[in-house]
Write a protein that binds this ligand. Structure first.
Ligand code: F6R
Length: 352
């Protein structure tokens, strides 16, 4: 039930810190990682991981790739299910497949799993729905424990997928338990402090996103992957044509689209590339863009629009995305749209 909330989407955004705490308690028990030892062994026996998914789950896959490569030290690639099923890459000798699906029923992902099962390769489904088709047909399942997600625009499933992949990568990489439990706990409380600042985010959306027909998110490295999700969220519920670009690519073409007043939102939580992204943002500003910067305490500069408390570098997507979910929500709300049921979309896509 959505109770006093006007829309499920806002309720589900608000639930994210609690979902994260549930996941910490589900996957860390009695001071040890609580993940099926057979699953960990099967992944360790692989020489390459293939993450396969659609939409928001696909976007989460890119963050998962970084976590699995950084912590578990296993090369990982990310594929759109609808492409993978019919245009399979040349696979490694010992592949392991990870399917990300909130519903566990997405037809494109299922078709890819059918192909994987034909090869006899091992697989894991990370899903919110126990007993779903993808869960039944994969070798292993990890649950998102996010509770029902009703709004068509996925929010808590994205952060839950990243959190489960973080815990999985940490277990595979033997990251000390206390460290990961502490750092994910800090993420949960940082999410709460963002959620306490909704009116500031609503104010920015109201002043900058009510009239525009298009908008851009830019970032580098993980900020670029979060930009992909931020852009999907904004476009699907506000109908503003929003695209995500790796900030360094702007000058190779996209900057031609910038006009007086075009909103360009920059995610700057990566200390290494932050100043480069700022340079790219300045170039759009010089051509009339209406810019917004979302940064973190250790990447912030005076005048940034939203500064998030610092969290562990690999986990930053879990907090920066919350700001962008709220931007999407308040933009759709301000435009008087049905936030939970955007036109032309269904919650579960059961046709290819
Ligand atoms: C966007 C959204 C979709 C889904 C996609 C995959 O907000 O919800 O892009 O992420 O249809 O769905 P699942 O994760 O159920 O396979």
């Amino acid at each position: 039930e959505k109770g006093t909330y006007p829309f499920y989407m806002l309720k589900e955004i608000d639930e994210q810190p609690a979902v994260l705490r549930t996941l910490i308690n589900a996957y860390i028990q009695d001071g040890a990682y609580h993940i099926d030892a057979d699953l960990l062994q099967a992944i360790q026996a692989a020489d390459h991981l293939y993450i396969i998914a659609c939409g928001t789950s696909y976007n989460a896959g890119w963050i998962g790739k970084k976590l699995l490569e950084n912590w578990a030290n296993i090369p990982t690639d990310v594929y759109l299910a609808s492409e993978f099923a019919y245009d399979m890459p040349l696979l490694s000798a010992r592949p392991f497949f990870i399917f990300l699906s909130q519903s566990g029923e997405t037809a494109d992902s299922r078709q890819a799993l059918v192909e994987v099962n034909c090869m006899g390769a091992p697989s894991l489904t990370i899903t919110n729905v126990k007993g779903s088709t993808l869960s039944r047909e994969a070798s292993y399942t990890l649950l998102l424990h996010a509770g029902p997600e009703i709004a068509v625009a996925s929010t808590k499933a994205y952060t839950a997928q990243i959190s489960v992949m973080a815990l999985l990568a940490a277990a595979l990489g033997n990251i000390p338990i206390q460290e990961i439990a502490r750092d994910l706990g800090i993420v949960a409380s940082t999410m709460e402090s963002i959620l306490a600042e909704k009116s500031r985010i609503q104010g920015w959306a109201d002043s900058n996103l009510m009239e525009t027909r298009n908008a851009f998110y830019i970032g580098r490295t993980s900020d670029y992957y979060v930009s992909m999700e931020a852009a999907l969220k904004l476009k699907e519920i506000s109908y503003i044509q929003t695209e995500a670009f790796a900030a360094g690519e702007l000058k190779h073409g996209t900057i031609a689209l910038i006009e007086e007043g075009t909103p360009v939102l920059a995610l700057i939580t990566d200390p290494v590339t932050g100043s480069h992204t700022r340079g790219n943002l300045e170039e759009t500003k010089a051509r009339g863009a209406q810019t917004m910067v979302i940064s973190m305490e250790d990447t912030a500069r005076d005048g940034d629009d939203f500064v998030i408390q610092s969290v562990r570098s690999e986990l930053r997507p879990l907090v920066s995305v919350v700001v962008t979910q709220l931007i999407a929500y308040y933009t759709a709300l301000g435009r008087g749209l049905d936030v939970d049921k955007p036109r032309n979309l269904a919650k579960s896509v059961t046709v290819e």
